[in-house]
Design a protein around this ligand. Structure first.
Ligand code: TRP
Length: 341
């Protein structure tokens, strides 16, 4: 066995809809970049742009989001000599594997997927005759594409949010079914990794920061815009001089996700001493702005040089395909689709 194949393979995908925000950074990007520096790990990070088509049929938006997300990861320091960083749509073996897996995956398993069930429930609640109204085969089969992403590289660990655990379980199920049917240990059983330590940030209105709530603070907005957004974070009506509770405060939580523990403890004391909201917001803005300045500059430089990003992603695709293509050949043979001679 080569050294590379002894490493733990960690793989995760980022659906390319929307613009990366502080919540994405704290919850996914930062831990992923840190994990990719572990020499015992080979990480695979990819832009899940085929998944993006399920939710977004606006080509401009899909294209823009792919570029923004790639630039964000690079600006924040992802080392692409180390991590294999690629676009899902550059790996034709992934849709091919999706089909093979679809042919061994029970339809009933997909009927139980949360995302599909939620869409059906919504139709029923709206009194629609057809419970499947507006539901595409893409949405229905979403977990099979995700299984192909994971099984293509025989990932051991898949860091995801809680909402994705079911999809990893489905990938395990599908892997087992394929191995059983075609009598071989083709696929490794992946494991979901959910990190309870990483913070889920709240957004401007105090609900979870999410593009679907329209309450995000994008990572690389201009200094002025960042200041405006921080000022918009919902607080309460306590006056300066009145003690404030940091533990129920979105502003404090955002600060704590970035600052050191000493700095966080300092602000905690100031809350107790009755710091005014205006001043607290200035403090948080200054801190964020200081920390985002350098990556923001790198991000802007990258966005102006899409050719560079393209080259980086092509290098990633070459590395990914160097594994995916020979593996797919094996899988074709397993299923009876090998060459005649
Ligand atoms: N479905 C994931 C999400 O919405 C993104 C994703 C696509 C993914 N393929 C994956 C995550 C494979 C982990 C592994 O967050």
């Amino acid at each position: 066995m080569s050294a590379a194949s002894e490493k733990t393979r960690v793989l995760t995908g980022i659906t390319t809809t929307g613009t990366p925000h502080l919540g994405n950074y704290v919850g996914a990007i930062k831990p992923a970049i840190a994990a990719s520096q572990d020499p015992t790990v080979q990480s695979y990070y990819f832009l899940a742009d085929l998944h993006a088509l399920i939710k977004c049929q606006d080509p401009k938006r899909v294209q823009e989001s792919r570029l923004e997300i790639a630039a964000t990861w690079l600006a924040l320091g992802l080392d692409t000599d180390n991590a294999i960083f690629y676009r899902q749509s550059d790996i034709p073996e992934i849709p091919e594997l999706t089909w093979m897996l679809s042919c061994v995956c029970a339809k009933g398993l997909m009927n139980r997927a949360h995302a599909y069930k939620a869409a059906v429930a919504e139709n029923e609640a709206a009194g629609n005759q057809d419970p499947d109204k507006g539901i595409t085969m893409g949405l229905f089969g979403y977990p099979v594409l995700m299984a192909a992403d994971i099984l293509m590289f025989n990932a051991h660990k898949v860091p995801v949010g809680r909402d994705q655990i079911q999809h990893i379980e489905m990938a395990r199920d599908i892997a087992g079914r394929f191995n059983h049917l075609y009598k071989g240990a083709y696929f490794t059983q992946p494991e979901a990794v959910v990190d309870d330590k990483v913070a889920t940030l709240n957004g401007l209105d105090g609900r979870k920061m999410s593009k679907s709530y329209n309450n995000t603070i994008p990572l690389f907005v201009s200094e002025k815009k960042l200041q405006k957004l921080v000022r918009k974070i919902k607080t309460n009506s306590l006056e300066p001089g009145e003690p404030k509770d940091p533990d129920t405060c979105t502003l404090f939580q955002i600060y704590a996700a970035f600052a050191t523990s000493e700095q966080t403890a300092d602000l905690r004391r100031e809350y107790a001493a009755g710091i005014g909201w205006g001043e607290a917001k200035n403090r948080v803005f200054d801190y964020l702005n200081e920390h985002l300045r350098e990556p923001r500059e790198r991000y802007q430089g990258l966005m102006e040089d899409p050719g560079h990003i393209e080259r980086v992603l092509q290098k990633g695709a070459d590395r990914a395909r160097a594994e995916a293509a020979p593996f797919m050949d094996r899988l074709r043979v397993a299923a009876g689709l090998g060459r005649f001679v």
